[in-house]
Design a protein around this ligand. Structure first.
Ligand code: TRP
Length: 472
């Protein structure tokens, strides 16, 4: 490993950084809402099953590809399949890094804005009807918040692997867990929270549709930071003496655990406000936690006083900021590593220029939430649904491109790189791997993965853009 590229200091360092990448807005903002909209406990069950059976093998595949080549996604594909089109899969990943970060940082900016506003006494205003619309529609304010968040991200990525990414994850991740649990303990003592817990944990499989399953797969890819080579990139900094399989399993389990916990916080919180909530009545859209949570905290102020309620609210938004920051770091790291490795640019310059470009792309998503009408009602899908610019980018690059990337990466391992090489790579750091049951299981699943992922992916296209559920 060349010293200039950098490496994680230990297995724990990698686990923290990868978990930091995985745990983000997808867990805290996305997962609870998707669960609520897709049937509650049955969705949770399908989600966990997909993570264990389909996603975990792809997580392992990405890390193995990264470690074996010590390269960014484009360089890695070129190294393992020289002279082929597989490089394009890496390029798709780098593009995803640009585009996902461009809307992700806008939402992270909202969270940061909500933190600033609640910490300065603005909770009451945020809890009034229409407050989120006004907030998201104010272009200048959001440009500042998004810009600040992007600046923080660039600042950390400039620091490199050990001093930047790893050091920050080391502090931010444990803080996040403590904060989350304090809030769950609090919310579960509230009236009607139990109804939310029941909705969240008692499954009704009869209602499950293909649309719920496609939603679970895209959510799982997004949450695990899977399908665009973020884990190839992080894998490239992993030591040959680390056990990839156990690292991957720990990261995936931790990610599910945080998503599950966030659901245990947010869904009961929604029920304390609206005890009659069902999957059908739950409000859709990116603004949900921003609309609901201030109201929850404002209601609390009746019991605990405005000051303490504001404190709790700002605490929570700060928690989400932390989670988002360790994720934006990983999103920026992919295009940065690409520019460093393939174009020979110094890390500092690479991170800075990529960051600036993404900030400009982010304006497109930023203005689509009320600031500019044309972008707010930007496209109408064949299904008849109209979407804003931010949702369009999210639909294309999360819901569509990530499962596609997962399909291509698992197909790459199964049919191009071949399981013998895959096994070789894993056996570094896991000497008893070859011949074990784990190897047999993984090498079987990795052949099946591409087909199942492709099948669900095609259904995603139908459901998302055409509103068609063939199994209904
Ligand atoms: N997993 C992060 C979340 O849940 C988002 C994220 C970070 C991501 N890096 C990624 C998603 C790479 C896809 C690919 O919020």
């Amino acid at each position: 490993m060349s010293l200039s590229r950098g490496q994680f200091s230990s297995k724990m360092g990698f686990i923290l950084a990868a978990a930091g990448s995985a745990v983000g807005l997808g867990n805290i903002w996305g997962f609870p809402i998707k669960t609520a909209q897709n049937g509650g406990a049955a969705f949770l069950f399908v989600y966990l099953l997909l993570v264990a059976v389909l996603c975990l093998p792809v997580v392992i595949a990405e890390i193995a590809i990264g470690r074996s080549t010590e390269k960014n996604p484009v360089g890695a594909m070129a190294a393992l399949a020289p002279g082929t089109r597989w490089k394009t899969v890496g390029k798709l990943g780098v593009l995803c890094g640009f585009m996902i970060l461009s809307f992700y940082v806008v939402i992270a900016g909202w969270v940061f804005g909500y933190f600033l506003e609640t910490v300065t006494g603005g909770l009451e205003r945020l809890s009034t009807d229409g407050a989120f619309g006004t907030f998201a529609g104010s272009a200048w304010k959001n440009l500042a918040y998004t810009g600040l968040f992007m600046t923080a991200t660039v600042g950390i990525v400039v620091g490199g692997v050990k001093d930047g990414i790893e050091r920050w994850a080391r502090y931010l991740m444990p803080t996040l867990v403590i904060m989350l649990f304090a809030l769950i303990a609090y919310v579960l003592t509230l009236e009607n929270a139990g109804k939310g817990v029941a909705f969240y944990l008692v499954p009704d499989f009869a209602k499950l549709t293909m649309k719920n399953i496609t939603a679970a797969l895209s959510q799982a890819f997004f949450s695990l930071s899977l399908g665009m080579g973020a884990l190839i990139t992080y894998g490239s900094y992993v030591s040959k003496t680390d056990n990839i399989i156990s690292s991957a399993a720990i990261v995936a389990a931790f990610d599910c655990f945080i998503a599950f916990s966030a659901g245990l916080l947010i869904i009961p919180a929604i029920f304390t406000l609206a005890p009659e909530t069902t999957s059908e009545t739950i409000q859709a859209g990116p603004g949900l936690i921003f609309v609901f949570l201030p109201k929850v905290f404002m209601n609390l102020s009746g019991q605990v006083g405005y000051f303490f309620a504001s404190f709790l609210a700002s605490f929570f938004f700060l928690l989400i900021c932390f989670a988002a920051l360790t994720s934006t770091i990983s999103l920026l790291e992919v295009p940065t590593a690409y520019v460093v490795d393939e174009k020979g640019v110094r890390r500092k310059r690479a991170a800075l220029s990529v960051g600036i470009i993404i900030f400009f792309i982010a304006v497109f998503s930023l203005l689509g939430n009320g600031a500019v009408d044309f972008l707010t009602n930007f496209v109408t899908y064949p299904s008849g649904v109209t979407k804003d610019s931010l949702s369009l980018v999210a639909d294309i690059f999360n819901d569509t491109a990530l499962p596609l990337g997962g399909f291509l990466i698992s197909a790459f391992v199964a049919f191009k790189w071949k399981t013998a090489n895959f096994s070789d790579e894993i056996s570094h750091g896991y000497p008893s791997y070859k011949g074990s049951m784990v190897e047999k299981a993984l090498n079987t699943v990795i052949y099946v993965c591409p087909f199942i992922i492709l099948f669900i992916f095609l259904n995603t296209l139908l459901a998302l853009y055409f509103g068609i559920d063939v199994f209904k």
